[in-house]
Design a protein around this ligand. Structure first.
Ligand code: NDP
Length: 270
């Protein structure tokens, strides 16, 4: 019987997860399909009930259901519990699920080697994705500063997931902190408003925008003009998908093949 996997969220039509996972399922010969499922706010538990009646293996969860996914799970990983949200559910049978969060390892894997003794990472934003980013950086031993438009959220994030080496403040202070940081990570959704964060000279430092495609294009072009090395969020997206796939199948999929497919798909629509 063909197994069912998928991603549930609202909106969901833009999701690249079916492209990523179906490519891996085909390449690796698994008898399974991965579908995008539109599940409006307030109907998450019903959707899980329906899925439990089908031959479901697991699902990815995106906005606005990441917190509901955590609440619905019988078993919860340490990372999902700390972050307070889950992006991966694995069906355990008997209408029970296990919750994981692969955004944190996905981000770290996309970031690559970091030296905790020298790295000072400036994280812009304190929303859902910033929680995974900060957890990953703090667990890697980095010095982290979190700046956000709503300072109380940066304070809460630094207090719950930070270490003695974590500071917070207002995003209005970003120019001052940009000059001290070795890496800047933009987790804000400012690109959706068509705005960019004006950067000082980069001097070959890394500017990592976790958004991708049209949302991050202008910001990354500006960062490059200012002499920053840049990275967009596509590698994080593929890496978090690869960690979910490994949870479900116990086997690592081909990261580069999926990154190529996503890059080509984004080029085709730009
Ligand atoms: P949230 O809505 O949880 O957080 C949005 C953040 O952006 C908040 O910190 C918010 O500040 C800030 N923000 C929004 N508008 C502005 C503005 N005009 N000026 C300054 N700050 C602003 O979103 P997520 O954290 O879930 O997602 C953020 C981005 O990351 C999205 O573009 C998303 O696509 C991307 N993402 C990428 C992933 C990947 O795998 N590559 C995974 C997850 C997300 P405030 O708190 O003050 O409202």
């Amino acid at each position: 019987m063909t197994k069912l996997l998928g991603v549930i969220g609202d909106p969901i039509s833009h999701s690249m997860s079916p492209l990523i996972h179906n490519g891996w399922l085909r390449d690796m010969g698994y008898d399974a399909v991965y579908e995008a499922m539109h599940v409006p706010n307030g109907t998450f538990d019903e959707a899980l009930e329906t899925l439990a009646r089908r031959d479901v293996m697991g699902i990815n969860v995106t906005l606005p259901h990441k917190q509901s996914a955590l609440k619905a799970a019988l078993e919860v990983s340490d990372a999902a519990s700390k972050i307070g949200a889950a992006n991966t559910l694995t069906y355990l049978g008997q209408r029970s699920w296990r919750a994981d969060n692969t955004d944190a390892p996905g981000f770290l894997s996309a970031l690559g080697q970091v030296n905790p003794d020298t790295e000072h990472v400036l994280v812009l934003g304190a929303g859902g994705s910033a929680r995974a980013v900060v957890l990953a950086l703090v667990q890697a031993g980095c010095r982290v500063t979190i700046l956000n438009r709503t300072v109380a959220k940066a304070e809460e994030l630094a207090g719950t997931l930070g270490s003695d080496n974590t500071a917070y403040g207002s995003i209005d202070q970003y120019k001052e902190y940009c000059s001290q940081a070795t890496i800047v990570v933009n987790t804000t959704s400012i690109g959706y408003d068509g705005k960019t964060i004006e950067l000082p000279e980069g001097g070959d430092r890394l500017f990592f925008d976790i958004s991708y495609g049209k949302i991050s294009a202008r910001q990354l072009a500006h960062a490059q003009e200012m002499g920053w090395r840049t990275k967009d969020g596509l590698s994080m997206l593929v890496a978090q998908a690869a960690f979910s796939f490994e949870i479900w199948f116990g086997e690592k999929p081909d990261f580069d093949a999926a990154l190529r497919r996503c890059t080509n798909a984004l080029k085709a629509i730009s």
